[in-house]
Design a protein around this ligand. Structure first.
Ligand code: HEC
Length: 301
């Protein structure tokens, strides 16, 4: 009997050592994901459209610095097809009646010796889609991060370096297959965004890809798990990923570097550019930086 209980204790301990993180001990960061319409890199970096360009270029002001407070309002205007920016541009030519302009998301991240874990939680906005554009997936959540300052501008704009006006479904699209890309990307030197995605559809596999000169939806091997569930009206999605960069397009995550990231949610069976996006954020391992507001210190558990 004693032997059995010892054996059981041993098993329980071993289980605990490999268990998922205790999220109740991880601080949550509120982030507002907003509906960007066709506000691609070339629009946000064009001064006649967006008066902030000199502040971004010369003073290195991040999008988050100016827009954490009004991201929700921006999303409300764009999704309704209202004109925005100094040029009063309509950034959504197919306004969707009643679609929420933004989603407040609660973000958490933690790591152990081998892995990093990300968790996202939000209330699903009211469903208004007249058509299920991606009929398989009620939601998709994608996250992109660079290799620790390896993508120029990502420390200010997060994912915007991949979002261009000539992508499919954007205004200047010439090619309906063109997806995200980074100008001057280079896999060898780390100038690319790692990309992981959860899809809610039954039997759908998690995506572990990357964005260099084009978007790749495979190649990575560092993503261990992507899970999601809807509880009541609330979505909870989590990723479990090796810290080591194992496959093609996988950045290694090490102490001492600052990783620029952003994430996006497709909800209500949406596809392509019809998503909500975060501003650019930064994470690092066990490195407090209280003075940088869009920084998340990922501590060890
Ligand atoms: C220095 C502050 C500042 C920074 C940094 C900044 N913006 Fe803006 N942004 C503004 C202001 C002010 C407006 C209002 C229109 C204008 O003056 O161009 C605006 C307008 C916008 C709009 C249109 C919505 C509206 O209400 O007019 C979008 C979209 C936007 N910004 C996105 C971004 C992104 C993406 C970044 C980072 C690449 C960014 N902004 C960086 C200040 C800033």
């Amino acid at each position: 009997m004693k032997r059995i209980s010892l054996l059981l204790t041993g098993l329980l301990l071993a289980g605990a050592a490999f268990a998922a993180p205790d999220w109740s001990k991880v601080p949550a960061r509120k982030m507002t994901l907003f509906y960007p319409g066709q506000a691609g890199l070339e629009w946000v970096m064009n001064k006649p459209d967006h008066s902030a360009v000199p502040d971004i270029v010369d003073k290195k002001r991040s999008c988050a610095k100016c827009h954490e407070g009004d991201a929700g309002e921006i999303g409300d205007k764009i999704v309704a097809g209202k004109p925005v920016g100094s040029s009063k541009t309509v950034l959504e030519n197919e306004p969707q009646n009643g679609k929420a302009g933004y989603i407040p998301v609660s973000f958490q991240a933690v790591h152990d010796d081998k892995k990093i874990y990300f968790r996202f939680e939000w209330e699903a906005p009211k469903s208004v889609a007249a058509k299920k554009v991606d009929p398989k997936n009620e939601i998709k959540l994608a996250m992109m991060f660079d290799g620790g300052g390896t993508v120029e501008g990502a420390e200010l704009n997060g994912c915007w370096g991949t979002c261009h006006m000539d992508l499919r479904t954007m205004k200047n699209a010439k090619d309906d297959k063109k997806t995200k890309y980074i100008k001057g990307a280079d896999l060898a030197s780390g100038k690319f965004m790692d990309l992981i995605q959860f899809k809610s559809g039954k039997g759908e596999k998690p995506v572990d890809g990357y964005v260099d000169g084009e978007r790749h939806m495979e190649g990575g091997k560092s993503l261990v798990k992507a899970e999601g569930k809807k509880e009541g009206g609330k979505w909870i999605v989590s990723f479990e990923r090796m810290l080591a960069g194992v496959g093609k397009g996988d950045h290694g995550i090490v102490e001492g570097k600052l990783y620029n990231f952003g994430f996006a949610i497709h909800d209500d069976y949406a596809n392509a550019r019809h998503h909500y996006v975060s501003l650019g954020y930064i994470f690092g391992l066990d490195k407090p930086m209280a003075d940088v507001k869009n920084y998340i210190n990922v501590v060890k558990q």
